[in-house]
Design a protein around this ligand. Structure first.
Ligand code: FES
Length: 113
């Protein structure tokens, strides 16, 4: 049985996301992503809020939570879970891989049958 393949997609340099900030990154083949630096621990989620057309990277980081700039719905940066109304649908999260000085998203592709 074929195993799922993992692809690394380069997003940006570590230096582009200082501690306590979030950066919007758009790369081919993926929706717009938000890359977060929480005390030099990195996380990646979808950038578009699940409640409306707002860019979470324009929002405010509060601990390990991102507050949407449009209606103040909050999501866990670690898990994508919605934490406060009107956010009710999780945002997708992505596995992070650091290679050298660069941040990559680790994407699982379905294995070929
Ligand atoms: S668009 Fe994000 S909470 Fe409404």
């Amino acid at each position: 049985m074929a195993e799922n393949e993992t692809t690394l997609i380069r997003l940006c340099e570590i230096a582009a996301v200082p501690a306590g900030t979030v950066k919007r990154v758009k790369v081919e083949g993926l929706p717009a992503l938000a890359v977060y630096n929480l005390n030099n621990e990195f996380f990646i989620t979808d950038d578009t809020c699940t409640h409306g057309q707002a860019s979470l990277s324009d929002g405010v980081i509060d601990g390990d939570m991102i507050e949407c700039p449009l209606h103040a719905g909050c999501f866990s940066i670690r898990t994508g879970e919605p934490l406060s109304f009107p956010a009710t649908v999780p945002i997708r999260t992505y596995r992070v891989r650091i290679v050298g000085e660069e941040i990559f998203a680790e994407i699982e592709k379905a294995g070929t049958q």
